[in-house]
Ligand binder design. Structure first.
Ligand code: ADP
Length: 498
């Protein structure tokens, strides 16, 4: 076999073609993959950029949140300090103390180390400093002069009820610069103090610190604090007014009490002089009266002569009138003696039924004459009384005698006794003419008699009930009357029991 040269192609022919084709396919695939990879890388790049953007956003949001948190913390601290300040201010009712209670530490919590307060004095037309915090002694004088020099600007704050601050005034404002210079601060707030009445003024706070800027929240807090000061001043003023009125009233009461004590002393003196006078006059009258009565009785009784009827009748009149006069003088004397405490009641346990039986026996003839019935109803537990027998008998006689006098024939008198608390109460009622209401409180006064037809006819002294009242009161009892004109009267009194 002849070695025929074979070209490499002819040798490699089909394999080479196949390999080349495979290579070109591989290359094509690779190029596609590269493209795909590039696209993926691009995508990744984009995503990375987006993530970077978001990270940046996150950081800035976080910073913002931090700032907000800081501001919130500041506000909470501010509110807390404000609450503390308000509480301390409002618990005092003295104007001076309101300002001394503004504590520097609490103001510092609010971010201010300097403060001053001024109140307007209408009389002197001047702002008067009431508070200074954070200033040396020699610094407050020039500030006060500055305020005085610019008083119209500060009065304006009061008039318009407006809070001013270094943020509400524009940057180039002269007023702002002037205030900052005068009060030696970088930022400030001036809020009006506005009590309803009384001296109004303004409250200044400021800080030299330029780093923490003022916010509207700070303005609000200081306005609220100034309002609280105004309210506290108003409360102090009201308290002062009320306290002064109370003091004046107390002084008046003291003065009146002193006057009344003096008047009472005077009345006691007069009363004593009157009692002494009545007592001595009665004594002086009694002696000649006894002798007049004695002589009249002798003349009437003498068997040495026969008296002409006319003389006898006159002598009998002298006798009768002298008796009445002696009775009158005796009553007067008794009243003054009991009033001056010269008569001591001989109190013993006594039976009321015995007293009433004796009195009805004594007045039996008169009762019969006028056809007036007397009934007695004494409860068992109100039977025994602790009294001076003779004096209480006089009380019964006087009251029943009056009832007899003022009750028309055919009427009724009733005595009732019952227990009233610790004492016995006695009611003596009649069906007589009654006592007008306006006279009821007067009938126990000396010489008082109601102006009525019976009194015009029947003699009386107006001393009987005064004596009765004195005797009852000497027994530590009470006496009163209930009466209706035309129907009758009830005299009630209380007596102690053993
Ligand atoms: P007198 O009987 O001497 O006038 P009293 O002091 O005993 O003085 O009484 C004062 C007055 O009170 C009497 O004048 C009478 O007007 C009035 N009075 C007292 N008791 C009665 C009564 N039972 N009914 C009506 N009036 C009476």
């Amino acid at each position: 076999m002849q070695n025929q040269p074979y070209s490499i192609i002819s040798v490699l022919g089909p394999i080479g073609i196949l390999s080349a084709a495979a290579l070109s396919v591989a290359l094509a695939i690779k190029s596609n993959k590269t493209k795909e990879l590039r696209a993926k890388v691009d995508n990744l790049q984009k995503t990375l950029e987006e993530m970077d953007e978001q990270a940046k956003l996150l950081v800035s949001t976080d910073m913002e949140l931090n700032n907000l948190q800081e501001e919130l913390d500041k506000k909470i601290t501010g509110l807390y300090s404000l609450q503390k300040l308000s509480r301390t201010i409002s618990t005092t009712l003295e104007e001076d103390q309101i300002f001394t209670r503004v504590e520097p530490a609490l103001l510092e919590d609010l971010g201010f180390e300097k403060s001053m307060a001024f109140l307007w004095n209408e009389k002197d037309k001047k702002f008067v400093p009431r508070l200074d915090i954070g200033y040396a002694e020699d610094e407050t004088g020039p500030i006060a002069s500055f305020v005085d020099l610019n008083k119209n600007a500060f009065l304006d704050i009061i008039k318009t009820s407006r809070t001013l601050s270094s943020i509400s005034l524009s940057q180039d404002s002269v007023t702002k610069e002037k205030i900052c210079n005068a009060f030696k601060v970088n930022s400030f707030i001036v809020a009006p103090i506005l009590p309803k009445e009384g001296n109004k003024g303004f409250f200044f706070v400021g800080t030299e610190n330029a780093e923490t800027p003022l916010t509207e929240g700070d303005e609000e807090l200081i306005t609220i604090l100034a309002n609280q000061i105004g309210q506290a001043l108003e409360n102090a003023r009201l308290f002062e007014t009320t306290w002064r009125a109370h003091q004046e009233l107390e002084n008046k009461v003291k003065e009146r009490t002193r006057e009344l004590t003096l008047a009472l002393e005077e009345v006691k003196n007069i009363s004593k002089r009157k009692t002494d006078f009545v007592s001595s006059v009665s004594h002086e009258l009694r002696t000649p009266l006894t002798s007049v009565k004695g002589y009249a009785s002798i003349l009437l009784a003498s068997k040495l002569w026969v008296l002409p009827d006319e003389v006898r009748a006159r002598l009998e009149k002298i006798n009768k009138h002298t008796d009445e006069l002696v009775q009158f003088v005796n009553d007067l004397l008794d009243i003054s003696r009991i009033e001056s405490g010269k008569v001591t009641m001989k109190q013993e346990a006594q039976d009321l039924t015995r007293i009433t039986a004796e009195v009805s026996d004594l007045l039996g003839v008169l009762l019969k004459e006028k056809k007036i019935g007397l009934s007695c109803n004494i409860a068992d537990d109100a039977k025994s009384v602790f009294v001076d027998y003779n004096q209480i008998k006089r009380v019964f006689i006087n009251i029943i005698n009056n009832a007899l006098k003022f009750t028309p024939p055919g009427g009724k008198i009733t005595i009732k006794s019952y227990k009233a608390g610790e004492q016995a109460q006695i009611d003596i009622s009649d069906t007589g003419c009654g006592i007008p209401e306006e006279a009821q409180s007067k009938i126990f006064e000396e010489f008082y008699r109601v102006d009525n037809p019976i009194n015009q006819e029947v003699k009386g002294t107006g001393l009987g009930l005064t004596l009765v009242k004195n005797i009852i009161e000497a027994h530590k009892g009470k006496i009163w009357v209930k009466s209706k004109v035309g129907t009758g009267s009830t005299f009630s009194f209380t007596l102690p029991q053993p």
